[in-house]
Structures are given as C-alpha cells and as structure tokens.
Design a protein around this ligand. Structure first.
Ligand code: HEC
Length: 96
C-alpha cells in the first residue's frame, strides 16, 4: 500500500525501512544499522540513498544480502525519509 502523500519522514521510515534497518536505526538481522560510520554523508551521500531506495543495493558492505528496491514511494517521500535519517544520525551520533 502506498503511503499517503503527506506522510512524514519518520512515518515513512517506520513503514518502509525499519523492518530491516531497525525502528531505532540500529539495524536488525535483515539489514545494517543506519548509524554506522559508513553511512555518514561524506561516504554515503544523499545520492546513494536515493539510488538504494529506487534501485536497491547489492550486498557489498555487510552480509545481510541485497537490499531490494523500495516499491511505491514518491520522490517527495524519498527526500523526506532521507531528511529524517540525516537528522537522526546527527542526534544519535555515528558508531564506529
Ligand atoms: C528488505 C530489507 C531492507 C529494506 C526494507 C530497506 N533496506 Fe536499506 N539495506 C538493506 C541491506 C541488507 C543493505 C546492505 C547492503 C550492503 O551489503 O551494503 C541496505 C543498505 C542500504 C543503504 C546503503 C546503500 C549503499 O549504497 O551502500 C542505504 C542508504 C539504505 N539501505 C537505505 C534504506 C532506506 C532509506 C530504506 C527505506 C526507504 C531501506 N534502506 C529499506 C536492506 C533493506
């Protein structure tokens, strides 16, 4: 089910990303923490977020398998979810 257009970044994250990346961004057995230093903006810039969400990402940094493309998400929702993750990364801080 596509989310309502007005869904905010946190809602989109919880609906579309948390099952693998964790409700608290710290990862699950299906995907890595978003607080790893490898996801800081100079290493994985917003463009690699857009690409991972639209196209998926082949396994390369971890051993969780491939990230599938996220279906039924609008460009606006992608920008909102990236903004949410960047804000959380700043508030929570990166792990090594
Ligand atoms: C079905 C599980 C799953 C879902 C859902 C998922 N991801 Fe991922 N994601 C992964 C896995 C697994 C990797 C690690 C790939 C690797 O080995 O580097 C990953 C990697 C990434 C990366 C890094 C890509 C790269 O170029 O290295 C980003 C950014 C990312 N995810 C963002 C998101 C966002 C934002 C969402 C929600 C809109 C999301 N993911 C939903 C499983 C998932």
């Amino acid at each position: 089910m596509p989310l309502a257009a007005e869904a905010d970044g946190a809602t989109i994250y919880q609906a579309r990303c948390a099952s693998c990346h964790g409700e608290d961004l710290r990862g699950t057995d299906k995907g890595p923490t978003q607080l790893s230093i490898v996801y800081e903006p100079n290493h994985h810039g917003d463009e690699s977020y857009r690409s991972a969400i639209r196209n998926g990402a082949p396994q390369h940094h971890w051993s969780f398998g491939n990230m599938p493309a996220v279906e039924d998400i609008t460009d606006d929702q992608i920008e909102q979810v990236i903004t949410y993750i960047r804000t959380q990364q700043q508030e929570l801080g990166f792990e090594q």
